[in-house]
Design a protein around this ligand. Sequence first.
Ligand code: DC
Length: 229
Amino acid sequence: MSEPERWVIAIDGPAGVGKSTISRKVAAHYGLTYLDTGAMYRAVAWYLKENDIDPDTENELAEALEQLSIELLPAVDETADVGVVLNGADISALIRTPEISMQASTVSARRPVRDKLTALQRRFGERGGVVAEGRDTGSVVFPTARFKFYLDATPEARARRRADQLRERGDAVDEEELLEMTRVRDKQDSERALAPLKIAEDAVLIDTTELDIDQVFKKIIETIAEKKN
Ligand code: DC
């Protein structure tokens, strides 16, 4: 299992901590596939909203999930988000809004949603060669992942980073509101009963509050180099 093409590297942490950017860089470094599990929860949230389905209505939710097919498209380059195709339609541009972030956090607490997406993610990673990013990839989806990392940072630092990202895309930004949303998502994601956001026992914790992307990347690469033998 010392060959990268067999590895699963799990990178978890709260919203806005830089997981996506770091995970893409790590995947590119080892020539692995990047698995953005949050994009799948976002896709489900978008679909339920678009079709006016209440995630609290069990039957409707089960029916909707049965009809749902989600496909991830490889990112066009190291800095781009992965694409998402839902029932044949490319919804990539529609799922990265603050509204869908909040709804993804809410629907991700529902058991049928977690069961479906966890199974999909395991299939994606069953042959290895994957950098999986999310909230529970090290604790639940891939408990035997070869390397596990948990990235953390203060809510203020994370809200600031999200604001910068949105500004870069040309979106309007309300920093106060972003901070509030970060706090609400932290609470929802870490207090839910199923697969809550938490540090897997064997994960390496990296506090990124005072670190830039390259410093975090370096720490991960160094840790893997140390641990792989
Ligand atoms: O990583 P993200 O911001 O794209 O994730 C959106 C939401 O999806 C997040 O608030 C919680 C949920 N999620 C989850 O419950 N488990 C994962 N492995 C990934 C995301």
